[in-house]
Design a protein around this ligand. Structure first.
Ligand code: PMP
Length: 427
């Protein structure tokens, strides 16, 4: 661990005294599934960073696409009637891939940004329809939707919205159960459908613990949304662009959303970028006639040309190397390898089979952060997410042997801690 540089950096979601006392893991190079630290350690990236490095790290083709774009035009903004050729090409390409028919695409600088775009557009839609009370947005109790104002209010855990003074950042938000869809119906009855603008949901909950939808969950959500004129927003920031073995998880889980929020996998993390896919029901009024309203939202880097060039190169790689199909195959391998952990002492639950991502929930007496630290010492970079759960979501270019290695290191590490946690008289 190195403490030599970077004392000025205030890290996201970090207890800074511990970070500074323990030192950071500083990554300096990446290639495929491997990362190298400043002190020369080789690590296997078992989570694709924050679920973003889907095509793997350090791909020369992306570097070349970025360099070529920077030499021609770093960017030009897309406000009003200006844009740049790359943003336009990317939007068309995304529209062609879209599970929403004939969408319009709003480009953003990331996932939290996309959640703001979708939430504000949902509210604006109902205001323009003259249904002025339809302002509340519902989300699932274990969800994560980023940490801008809407996201902080919509993400499940209270920790994200508490402490900022009285009230919630966006008060017109409410939670319902991630697994019991009847709770959504109760919530709608309680609040009144004429007060609800939209429901936002991750097809597979990511940071909240890797939770697949129970059978029938989304079918019912969709019925309720249709019956009560509530918009449906799919947050595919984690699942979009292949993570569930389909280009978009809504295709796998039979969801027909009005908007899809994406980020991460759109560039595999090579540049900060996101895209919101918007259905005709929402965009049409903004595109027609002299009295068409204006959606007054946008950021400087909407359609950033170099980020868009990187996204196009990333999509080329995903297509050319059939990496979405590969993710589907790798899901089967991961599910099979994880079988050994199901009866492992110290493991509460293995959650897999909803895509190429899995969560291994540990007993409370097995400290997830220590497990991850020991695995890191053994060269496997894992991550602890909500509910003492270990996240596994490697890049789509990982080998079967590397998956086996990830699971073996995790199993042995858990074993080590489970032995320690066991009371002596049981030994
Ligand atoms: N939605 C989901 C489902 C996410 O997992 C994340 C980030 N992990 C976000 C939104 C926020 O994205 P960003 O960090 O790019 O703002």
């Amino acid at each position: 661990m190195s403490t030599a540089i970077g004392n000025a950096l205030w890290s996201p979601l970090a207890h800074m005294p511990s970070v500074l006392a323990g030192g950071r893991t500083i990554i300096t190079h990446g290639s495929g599934t491997h990362l190298t630290t400043d002190d020369g350690r080789e690590l296997l990236d078992a989570t694709a960073g924050l679920w973003h490095a889907n095509i793997g790290h350090g791909r020369p083709e992306i570097a070349e696409a970025a360099a070529a774009q920077l030499q021609r035009l770093e960017t030009y903004q897309s406000f009003g009637s200006f844009s740049n050729d790359v943003a336009l090409r990317l939007a068309d390409r995304l529209a062609a891939l879209s599970p929403i028919a004939d969408p319009r695409i709003i480009l953003t600088s990331g996932g939290s940004d996309g959640v703001e775009v979708a939430a504000k557009l949902a509210r604006l839609h109902w205001q323009l329809e003259g249904r002025h009370d339809k302002v509340t947005i519902l989300s699932r109790a274990d969800s994560y939707h980023g940490l801008h104002a809407f996201g902080s209010s919509l993400s499940g855990p209270d920790i994200y919205r508490d402490g900022y003074g009285p009230g919630t950042l966006v008060p017109e938000t409410a939670l319902f159960s991630s697994t019991d869809i009847d709770d959504l119906e109760r919530r709608i009855t309680e609040l009144g459908a004429d007060r609800i603008a939209a429901i936002i949901a991750e097809p597979v909950i990511g940071s909240g613990g890797i939770i697949a939808p129970p059978p029938g969950y989304f079918e019912r959500m969709q019925e309720l949304a249709r019956a009560h004129d509530i918009l449906l927003i799919a947050d595919e920031v984690v699942t979009g662009f292949g993570r569930t073995g389909r280009w978009f998880a809504v295709e796998r889980f039979g969801i027909a959303p009005d908007m899809i929020v994406t980020a991460k996998g759109i560039t595999s993390g090579y540049a900060p970028l996101g895209a919101v896919f918007v259905a005709p029901r929402l965009w049409k009024r903004f595109f027609d006639g002299p009295d068409a309203p204006i959606y007054r939202h946008g950021v400087t880097y909407s359609g950033h040309a170099t980020a868009c060039a990187i996204a196009l190169a990333n999509l080329d790689i995903l297509e050319r190397e059939n990496l979405v199909e590969r993710a589907a195959e790798l899901e089967t391998v991961l599910v099979r390898e994880l079988e050994v952990l199901r009866d492992q002492p110290g493991v509460v639950e293995v959650r897999s089979g909803a895509g190429f991502l899995a969560g291994v929930q540990l007993e409370p007496e097995i400290p997830g952060d220590r497990v991850a630290a020991v695995a890191l010492d053994r060269g496997v970079l894992l991550r602890v997410i909500r509910g003492n759960t270990i996240q596994i979501s490697p890049p789509f270019v990982v080998t079967e042997q590397e998956i086996a290695l990830i699971v073996r290191v995790l199993r042995e590490t858990i074993e080590q801690f489970a032995d320690r946690a066991r009371p002596e008289d049981e030994e």
